[in-house]
Design a protein. Structure first.
Length: 150
């Protein structure tokens, strides 16, 4: 009986590992879907500050996501920070982990706001990542809400 157990396990488990994984869409299809996902979308979520208690609400209204060349993109977003409220084209890099896009921004100075670094990944209608603003940083996470067209 115990000699038969490994054979039975192989018959059950082997087909699972032998199956081909689902194919990832080609990069152009992924990039088009990412453009559609972010354009006219609001990131609604929460951010934390490392070393401090509590979380705070965040909101970024993205009017346009546009691939420029290679990994370079421009994300045009309305950024509200303190008493500042600006519509700003933010140059970012977009990298892919299989079908999952990640925005990378490193030491970018936004006039009047400061210097920022962040890594934010998107999957489905959610986002999560890390951020750094000068010497303060933390985590961010939330959902993506498509703006209703009038």
């Amino acid at each position: 009986m115990f000699r038969l157990l490994p054979v039975l396990l192989m018959l059950v488990v082997a087909p699972v590992f032998a199956a081909d994984p689902p194919a990832t869409p080609d990069k152009a299809t992924l990039e088009k879907a990412f453009t559609d996902l972010l354009t006219n979308t609001t990131m609604v979520g929460t951010f934390s500050i490392a070393g401090r208690e509590g979380n705070k609400a965040e909101r970024y209204d993205i009017t346009k996501a546009e691939k420029i060349e290679g990994d370079n993109w421009i994300i045009t977003a309305r950024i509200k920070y303190g008493d500042k409220d600006v519509l700003f084209p933010v140059p970012v890099k977009v990298y892919w982990a299989d079908d999952t896009p990640m925005i990378s921004l490193t030491n970018m100075t936004i006039p009047g706001l400061g210097t920022f670094t962040s890594r934010v990944m998107f999957y489905g209608d959610r986002y999560a990542g890390t951020w750094q603003h000068d010497k303060v940083g933390g985590h961010m996470w939330g959902t993506l809400e498509k703006k209703k067209t009038e």
